[in-house]
Design a protein around this ligand. Structure first.
Ligand SMILES: [Zn+2]
Length: 150
């Protein structure tokens, strides 16, 4: 991973006009370095490696700030925890019910279908959120659209 990738979230925060403290910078950095959907607790463990003075409450509060600014999205995979990811292109999540791993996928067919459904109901589809659950059949390898070990 190059330095530019590493700074993406920080740049987004600056572009969004957020006041950046060193603590917020550390949290942005930990998010940049996360290629999964960490919950606040896991993110906390990563952040304190960058800045050990940050409290869990600060992480939690900052995630709220990032979320309200549209920079971070919450992902609910049904385990009772909020998971987080940097907001980016529309994609869906498929949760492996056997190990809790979250896999990402994109489907134009799905978007077209949801658009049709919304249309039939007299609506224009503006966005959607969908979590899919399943277990792997056999020993097939993962076909995620991104780096996916969770
Ligand atoms: Zn995702």
């Amino acid at each position: 991973m190059d330095a530019a990738m590493d700074e993406l979230m920080l740049q987004k925060c600056i572009d969004a006009g957020l006041r950046m403290t060193s603590q917020r910078e550390a949290i942005a950095k930990a998010l940049d370095q996360s290629f999964d959907h960490p919950d606040a607790e896991l993110l906390y463990k990563r952040v304190i490696k960058i800045d050990s003075t940050i409290s869990f409450a600060t992480i939690y509060r900052t995630l709220g700030v990032f979320e309200r600014a549209g920079l971070v999205q919450k992902v609910d995979v049904g385990d009772g925890k909020s998971h987080y990811e940097i907001a980016r292109d529309q994609h869906e999540h498929l949760v492996d019910t056997e190990n809790g791993q979250i896999h990402e996928f994109k489907s134009e067919e799905l978007t077209a279908l949801l658009s049709q459904i919304a249309d039939k109901m007299g609506f224009e589809l503006t966005s959607h959120k969908l979590e899919v659950y399943g277990k792997k059949h056999g020993d097939v390898s993962c076909r995620c659209i991104q780096i996916k070990v969770y």
